[in-house]
Design a protein around this ligand. Structure first.
Ligand SMILES: Cc1ncc(COP(=O)(O)O)c(C=O)c1O
Length: 304
């Protein structure tokens, strides 16, 4: 019988690194204790990696949980969040769950129109959700474009830069000679910016539910009040172990599992794997789709 591989949420078809699996197995032996509710070890490691302070990092049960916390912190009756049309579905779900309105700015030529997003902001706007790259369209906005948007956003608005696919975007933007993101600089400058990263995609750990946000400390203190106790921290401490044992994500690794192919302004996440372990992705350019073959990087092999 054929096996169904579920990849409709851009999961990693290669699964997690065996090092991560080993770290999680080792952590299982300690699961009779309640976890470290602050995910201290992981946050310290992430803070080091991103050159921010530990209190600027919050680990949650995936970004989906973080998005809900953001909505509960900043939105409510009579308030709104702004995003682009055709963006990540959870922005709508989280906003509506907080009894607020989601305003979707129109796209221009199938890309985010950041001027339209800025123009949609009003006195009741509290959040801009910017998926970069976007899911489901796969388009990317450059660091300069985001910088331009930020200079037009009023103080009462928090800009959430959702970089769930950060590793892929960095890789392909570098190849194209484009600066992808300066979002962490904005956090270090204490701007009203929250950067989101996840372990679900490039790390192949979607089923374990862990992601994190990086924000100025004061902003993060407000968001943290929405945190549920003892949620997902068992998984988080396993990741910390993984981080401590491996240097897969620091320096040496350009990209772990290349899932996306960038062509022009479009990227599409791969949907299937060949027998030879090469990766196929669909190219969506104009009206045709053609398979592109991408060999695994040697860096990925090193992490196995
Ligand atoms: C743009 C974007 N943000 C956030 C998420 C949610 O990620 P997580 O698995 O960390 O909840 C996804 C997952 O599909 C996504 O595409």
């Amino acid at each position: 019988m054929a096996t169904l591989i579920k990849l409709d949420s851009n999961e990693n078809p290669f699964g997690p690194s065996p090092l991560a699996v080993a770290a999680m197995r080792a952590a299982l032996a300690g699961c009779s204790s309640y976890p470290d509710d602050d995910a201290s070890a992981l946050r310290r490691k992430l803070a080091e990696l991103h050159r921010v302070n530990t209190e600027q990092i919050l680990v949650t049960g995936g970004l989906t949980e973080f998005l809900g916390m953001l909505a509960r912190t900043f939105l409510g009756n009579g308030l709104n969040a702004v995003t682009s049309e055709l963006s990540f579905i959870v922005y709508r779900i989280a906003t509506q769950a907080a009894n607020a309105q989601l305003i979707e700015a129109p796209m221009r030529q199938d890309r985010f129109d950041l001027d339209a997003i800025a123009a949609a902001v009003n006195e009741n706007t509290r959040i801009i959700f910017l998926a970069n790259p976007n899911n489901p369209t796969g388009t990317l906005v450059t660091a300069d474009e985001v910088g331009h948007l930020l200079s037009h956003v009023p103080e009462h608005v928090v800009v959430v830069v959702d970089e769930a696919y950060h590793e892929f975007a960095t890789h392909f933007a570098t190849r194209r000679g484009v600066k992808y993101s300066r979002s962490l600089d904005y956090v270090r400058e204490e701007r009203n910016v929250v950067v989101l990263r996840t372990f679900s995609k490039v790390h192949g750990l979607a089923g374990l539910r862990a992601g994190y946000g990086i924000a100025p400390a004061q902003l993060m203190a407000r968001i943290s009040r929405q945190r549920a106790s003892n949620s997902s921290q068992f998984a988080a401490s396993s990741f910390a172990l993984f981080f401590l044992r491996s240097n897969c994500f620091q320096g040496g690794l350009e990209i772990y599992h290349p899932l996306t192919i960038a062509r022009g302004e479009k990227t599409t996440v791969c949907k299937r794997r060949s027998r030879s372990s090469s990766l196929f992705a669909s190219r969506t350019s104009g009206h045709h789709r053609s398979p592109l073959k991408l060999e695994l990087t040697s860096a990925q092999t090193n992490c196995r």
